[in-house]
Ligand binder design. Structure first.
Ligand SMILES: NC(=O)C1=CN([C@@H]2O[C@H](COP(=O)(O)OP(=O)(O)OC[C@H]3O[C@@H](n4cnc5c(N)ncnc54)[C@H](OP(=O)(O)O)[C@@H]3O)[C@@H](O)[C@H]2O)C=CC1
Ligand SMILES: O=C(O)CCC(=O)C(=O)O
Length: 434
């Protein structure tokens, strides 16, 4: 087929599943790619690769519920790009999971993995389910069925899942066991974020929060912000938000506001973070915490603070609330929490945004350590792991900071420049044909 001008047929006509969503997370990601393209030099001819996931698997996950009925859930595993190595990225269980969301999350994994230079492509998975409504037995059956269904794609040298929202070490243990049973041999390296007794790594549970803290410290040094006494607001008090809050509080900062689905709480003197962590463990959320006042959810974004850490879901900081933000530093613990419009508003207000694709890369970095340890069956001390993590995060952040200064671009675009050059250079060297 030729175009009306007689030129070669357009190579960019999009598959239907890529056409629909221009506002959601995938649309947000595409805008980020468009912003990096002018900085890719001759590699820009490969940029379309970044705009199409390499593989998408949609699976039906049927399970028998405790009451004897059969329920069906929709699951996904998307491998966005495998130019630099096997797919790597978490698995999310959430009632709002969509294909578009998993595509975006897998793409951000490609960028993140390249930004910290771990030898992976990007992938992500998920099931549209509210796991809080399932019993433990139902959750196990769901996890095992899903693992078998995506068994076509995953494997220690093919694609390695890990925890994300509402998944944890227990879910990874079931995934590892199911995959191992299906292949007939224990394969610890098929997932990371496992319990330490099953080939997991010391430090993985804390790694994402520790990475958030590490880049926060580096940015504070570079901008003259004193952490001692700095006020911090955190959205999402799960694995990432909870640990990040703990580390900032230990460094002398005051965690003045916290929000999750169960409530928004405020204490101008700083909440007692260990007590709040214990409360969340016992009660499932920050709501009802005695050591703080209740605040209206919509007032959270305008809280007086120096540091804001979105650590929940995508699309939380939008054009509607970005103008209210008073923080000097936004550290994206979550993936995709800021829309492109909001990014511009924050930039115009002089707010420094440490983007997800570097700020929350600590988790996958220690997942990489876990995978390496599993291959060699030789395990490192927690101090060794934390020291290596901090070094990788500091070096990656310093490089990105320099690129941002050089090109006078945001840290997000700078991270995309570093990462997309690595991905596309790998693609170019490998070539296209089998
Ligand atoms: N775990 C990891 O290693 C990594 C995670 N991330 C990203 O960090 C983010 C958080 O993940 P993680 O901490 O693992 O997940 P968790 O499931 O441990 O915690 C999620 C937290 O976010 C809260 N939350 C969810 N939706 C909302 C909402 N709409 N408003 C306010 N709070 C909300 C949850 O509260 P509630 O229970 O009340 O809903 C919970 O406190 C995600 O974007 C994830 O992709 C990034 C890198 C690695
Ligand atoms: O640890 C991993 O492999 C991936 C974690 C993850 O899903 C993420 O960084 O968003």
């Amino acid at each position: 087929m030729s175009s009306p001008t007689g030129a070669a047929s357009p190579t960019h006509s999009l598959p239907s599943y890529l056409q629909a969503d221009h506002l959601g997370p995938w649309g947000n990601y595409l805008q980020q790619v468009d912003r990096v393209t002018p900085y890719l030099g001759s590699l820009a001819r490969w940029v379309e690769t970044l705009k199409r996931p390499k593989r998408i698997l949609i699976v039906d996950v049927p399970i028998e519920l405790d009451n004897g009925t059969i329920a069906h859930y929709e699951g996904y595993r998307v491998q966005h790009n495998l130019s630099r190595g096997p797919g790597k990225g978490g698995v999310r269980f959430h009632q709002d999971v969509t294909l578009s969301e998993v595509m975006a999350l897998s793409a951000w994994m490609s960028v993140k993995n390249a930004a910290v230079n771990v030898p992976y492509g990007g992938a992500k998975g998920g099931i549209r389910v509210d796991p809080k409504k399932l019993s433990m037995g139902e959750l196990e059956r769901l996890t095992r069925r899903y693992t078998s269904e995506i068994g076509l794609l995953i494997g220690p040298s093919k694609d390695i899942p890990a925890p994300d929202v509402n998944t944890n070490g227990q879910v990874m243990a079931w995934m590892m066991d199911t995959y191992s049973m299906n292949v007939g041999a224990t394969a610890t390296g098929v997932v990371t974020g496992k319990p330490v007794d099953l080939g997991g790594s010391l430090g993985r549970v804390e790694a994402t929060g520790r990475g958030v803290f590490t880049v926060g410290v580096e940015a504070a040094k570079l901008t003259g912000l004193h952490l001692d006494g700095a006020r911090v607001a955190v959205q999402g008090f799960g694995n990432v938000g909870g640990i990040a809050a703990k580390l900032f509080a230990e460094a002398g900062a005051k965690v003045v506001a916290v929000q999750d689905h169960t409530g928004t709480i405020f204490n101008s003197k700083g909440v007692d973070v260990p007590a709040l962590l214990a409360h969340v463990k016992a009660r499932g959320g920050v709501g009802g915490f005695a050591g703080a006042d209740v605040m209206k959810a919509e007032e959270f974004w305008g809280v007086d603070c120096e540091i804001l850490i979105p650590a929940a879901l995508e699309g939380q900081i939008t054009k509607d609330n970005a103008g209210q933000i008073k923080a000097k530093l936004v550290i994206e613990g979550a993936n995709g929490p800021t829309t492109t419009e909001a990014d511009d508003i924050l930039h115009d207000k002089g707010v420094l945004v440490l983007p997800d694709v570097i700020a929350n890369a600590g988790g996958v970095t220690v997942s990489y350590f876990e995978w390496v340890q599993d291959f060699s069956s030789f395990f490192w001390s927690e101090d060794e792991i934390n020291a290596r993590l901090v070094r990788i995060m500091q070096e990656a952040f310093a490089g990105i900071w320099q690129v941002a200064q050089e090109h006078k671009v945001s840290l997000r675009t700078a991270t995309f420049i570093v990462a997309c050059q690595r991905i596309l250079h790998a693609r170019e060297m490998r070539g296209l044909y089998p």
